[in-house]
Design a protein around this ligand. Sequence first.
Ligand SMILES: Cc1cc2nc3c(=O)[nH]c(=O)nc-3n(C[C@H](O)[C@H](O)[C@H](O)COP(=O)(O)OP(=O)(O)OC[C@H]3O[C@@H](n4cnc5c(N)ncnc54)[C@H](O)[C@@H]3O)c2cc1C
Length: 462
Amino acid sequence: MATRHLIIGAGPAGINAIETLRAIDSDCEIALICDEPAYARMVLPYYLEGKIEERAVMTGDEAWFSERGVTTHLGVRVTAVDPGSNQVVLDDGARLGYDRLLVATGSRAARPPIDGLDGSGIVNLWTLADAKHFLAEPRPHTVIVGAGFIAFTILDAIAERSDRVTILEIEDRVLPNMLDAESSALMADHLKQAGIEVCTGARLEGIEQLAGKRRLRLSGGSDLECDAVVIAAGVAPNVEFLESSGIELGEGRGAGVLVDEKLQTSAGGVYAAGDVAEAADLLTGERRVHAVQPTAVDHGRVAAANMAGADVRYAGSLIMNILATQGLEACSFGDWQGAGRETTVVENPANRIYRKYTWDGDALVGGILVGPSAALSGVNDVGMLKGLIQTGVRVGLWKAYLEENPLDLRRVYVATGAAQKLLESNLLTGRASVGRGFRFPPLPALRKRSSHHDILLSGRAP
Ligand SMILES: Cc1cc2nc3c(=O)[nH]c(=O)nc-3n(C[C@H](O)[C@H](O)[C@H](O)COP(=O)(O)OP(=O)(O)OC[C@H]3O[C@@H](n4cnc5c(N)ncnc54)[C@H](O)[C@@H]3O)c2cc1C
């Protein structure tokens, strides 16, 4: 009898799991439950900025699912999981059975304990519905509460629609979980030059509604009036529906579903992937929620391969944050803080350039890059730094070279064969690229693939 796979969540983790399951097993049954349509939150900033249409946000429609033999239950919530009877309970009380279950329910915007958070004009920009709601009204002065990664990904879109933008951050610097003090100061200075108001060390205590406006009460007694408030104060994994399941969760605020190296939870046959999963970190081996899209994609594929009967061990994901705002790019990887480690730092605030590499002997284990795009992604340095850290390649004598020439990652990357090692570490060797074709179905291949392309797709070394 065909194995019944049930997936909860149609985000990147769920969609990649579906593609992997179908690529491995053409006969299995696949059912998908999600309270939203299938789309990628990560591209919402481009939609908010008007750079892409709504259909480019979507990652699958009924035709796409039906071609892959997926039964969909969209607009439906799972309220409980019962691993004892291999069933999930839906919000209308119905039950669905499974042989293998994937929990890919992602995370949501956290709600800080602030009075008046439910009033009108106070939004998250987390879902497609949030984005549409935000676009529906003019927002002359918008206050963003939180100066973390998500706030920075939507900052340009907000600045596009608002004459005045203020960022409030409770910590003493912007991007406190991504940049060190020096690079954070550089970023804050850049934003101020671009006309964004940045208030660090600012604790929001309450929000009052006032004749169509919002009045924000800050600690210390000062007030701030504005038209809209965007809450971007962290994320919380969607695990509540698992409370009675007995499935083991992590501890503390922001805890996710604990998974092993095959991304299986404490319940046999139940797997978890993406923002909801607390899985191994590549460098430390400790289980963490990373809440970024590349991790969700990797998790979805590895979990699905194991659900389909393969034996794939997950080495862990590299923590990374990459963003661009107001013309400045910033990224950090791995142990970017580098406490107690040897570091190489180069800084030119006038040109908005900052680089920090953290070392474990002659291997890079973390880093921060800040700079104009021509100096970063324009020369592929973001990808090369990521590759050097992800592969753990020992750079040997090239360490001294990089210390002397910190802006020249390229030579180190090529000379140490990091690209080759990345290919070898391809997660599901040979199953890396399943033809997606959702967004651009009518486009034929422009030309015949070269042999280099085949190597990339097969995951084999040349
Ligand atoms: C504005 C924004 C910008 C971002 N930018 C970046 C970026 O630049 N780079 C990056 O790496 N990451 C970015 N992210 C984060 C990235 O989008 C997430 O890491 C990714 O979406 C996680 O994928 P997922 O499949 O785990 O979960 P999700 O995408 O959250 O999908 C989970 C789905 O499950 C549904 N669900 C939850 N509970 C239930 C239930 N009980 N029953 C049924 N359905 C349920 C949810 O509503 C959701 O539709 C961004 C996120 C946002 C909001």
